[in-house]
Design a protein around this ligand. Structure first.
Ligand code: TYD
Length: 220
């Protein structure tokens, strides 16, 4: 009898600054993958677990959190991620699912490391400790110029901007540069795409890259 083996789980993370269009593209990629018969799990950071949502509240929505020091911020983001990995992502990968993560450890490298100026070595160590060996197989960075990103934040903000969104243009310039640097450091894993193109064109580009780089997705 042919041995129909279980599909291999894959983790694909989406990165980019605010307003880069990650959530739309995650939904569209999920549909492509589901048509192949794959189980798809979409997660978001920070959050995605009960503990993670509580941490998210402190990090994002707590307006008194303006004076949070960068070290605390790093530890809280990575704590939420540690929980998400063990509670949701690792079990899903074991089942053979494709996990689409709206942000993952690169957000900490870029926002806390590069933009908040924390030293890279401890950030990398804490990041690695939090995720264990669960690294993304592919990371898609949606790159948009800072002005476009800030404009999109303003357009979608129905109420007050959240704690991270109140940062200034210099901060977001560093975020953008941080992602571009990361892509140069990890060309095997990190792909940068132009987030200003039409959503349909971007969807095709992402689907192409996923098929090309994660070939065994097809064999499920
Ligand atoms: P969110 O409302 O989820 O925004 P977005 O749609 O842009 O993902 O807020 C997440 C915010 O937290 C965003 O400003 C990026 C920031 N962040 C970090 O600074 N470090 C991290 O490790 C993560 C996961 C997010």
């Amino acid at each position: 009898m042919p041995n129909k083996s279980k599909p291999v789980g894959k983790l694909i993370s989406f990165e980019g600054s605010e307003g880069s269009g990650k959530s739309t593209q995650i939904m569209r990629l999920a549909e492509h993958l589901q048509k192949l018969g794959r189980e798809v799990i979409a997660t978001r950071e920070p959050g995605g677990t009960e503990i993670g949502e509580q941490i998210r509240n402190i990090l994002i929505h707590n307006h008194r959190g303006d004076e949070m020091c960068p070290e605390t911020e790093l530890l809280l983001f990575t704590a939420a991620r540690a929980q998400l990995v063990r509670e949701v992502i690792a079990p899903a990968l074991l089942r053979g699912a494709v996990v689409l993560s709206d942000r993952y450890l690169d957000s900490s490298t870029v926002y806390q490391g590069v933009a908040r100026n924390l030293a890279p070595d401890p950030v990398n160590q804490i990041n690695r400790f939090a995720v264990g060996n669960v690294m993304p197989h592919l990371t898609i960075v949606l790159d948009v110029p800072t002005e476009v990103s800030l404009q999109r934040i303003r357009q979608r903000a129905s109420d007050l901007p959240d704690r991270m969104e109140r940062e200034n243009i210099e901060f977001y310039n560093k975020v953008r540069e941080g992602y571009l640097l990361l892509a140069r450091q990890w060309p095997e894993r990190v792909v940068v795409m132009d987030g200003t193109q039409q959503p349909n064109a971007l969807e095709e580009q992402i689907w192409g890259a996923v098929q090309l780089r994660l070939l065994d997705l097809q064999t499920a």
